[in-house]
Design a protein around this ligand. Structure first.
Ligand code: NI
Length: 263
């Protein structure tokens, strides 16, 4: 069994065939879906999906590329959604220096607000970075050190689509964060396989980031969770272990991180 730890199933890309997408994923062994919202509107849409499909769980928060949508009133709306039983994390939150759609200091401030919300609610976080891994690592590790009681029994969060180096990954692991890898791990020129060889399987998860980041051989088409085994297969080959082992460990990591109420 696999869990797609990051897929945006609320986007219009899926509105005509979401049931088929979920059925295909189930047929491919992908049993559960973590759907990270990007703002207060997509949080509502994600929760509606989670109410319709038992296999969908949701995270809520403001994505760094969606900060034009941010206000303290809307953050209060997000906070109100946390009581929903299918909401299992705060995300996706983070900082993005590639598109730089908001000033960097502002991005860091809103990222920090949302980490503080997660700490107050004792929830894990789903972190987005682009050209900003070190700053994001510094911020989360500072919070982890200041709030040792945050997720004392579990893991504190995941850096999704991890593009940092092995030293950054190890610093995250030491502070009880995980990293996850999507479709680009299958690309010919990807540096992710070498990184995975260095950091091992123990603290990683698999994700599609659907509808983006489609793996080979479907690159260029819409991504969907049924492609998770392509990513897992590449990781299995990279580490010279079986795909079942990749499934077992990455699924256990997702269940533990998000404290999923499943057997
Ligand atoms: Ni995402």
């Amino acid at each position: 069994m696999f869990i797609d730890s990051h897929c945006h199933l609320f986007y219009d890309d899926f509105k005509n065939d979401i049931t088929d997408v979920i059925t295909r994923a189930n047929d491919a062994g992908v049993q559960y879906f973590i759907v990270p919202a990007t703002n207060h509107e997509t949080a509502k849409q994600a929760i509606m999906l989670a109410e319709q499909y038992p296999s969908i769980f949701v995270s809520v928060g403001f994505h760094p590329l969606d900060l034009k949508e941010f206000s303290t009133e809307r953050l209060a709306l997000i906070e109100g959604m946390i009581a929903h039983p299918k909401v299992i994390a705060i995300g996706e939150i983070g900082i993005d220096y590639f598109y730089d759609t908001s000033p960097r200091e502002y991005q860091k401030e809103i990222f920090s607000f949302q980490i503080e919300l997660a700490i107050r609610k004792n929830l894990p976080i789903i972190v987005h970075t682009r050209d900003s891994v070190q700053d994001a690592v510094d911020i989360v590790i500072r919070y982890a050190k200041s709030y040792p009681e945050w997720r004392i029994e579990g893991k504190r969060g995941v850096f999704h689509c991890f593009t940092g180096d092995a030293a950054q990954a190890k610093a995250l692991f030491d502070s009880k964060f995980l990293v996850s890898f999507p479709g680009p791990v299958t690309f010919k020129k990807s540096t992710m396989p070498n990184l995975i060889k260095e950091i091992g399987i123990e603290n990683i998860m698999v994700e599609t980031d659907s509808p983006y980041l489609t793996p080979v051989p479907f690159r260029g088409k819409r991504n969907e969770p049924s492609y998770i085994p392509l990513i897992a297969q590449k990781i299995a080959e990279t580490l010279d272990i079986s795909i079942d082992e990749v499934a077992r460990i990455t699924t256990a990591n997702a269940i533990k991180l998000f404290a999923l109420p499943i057997a």
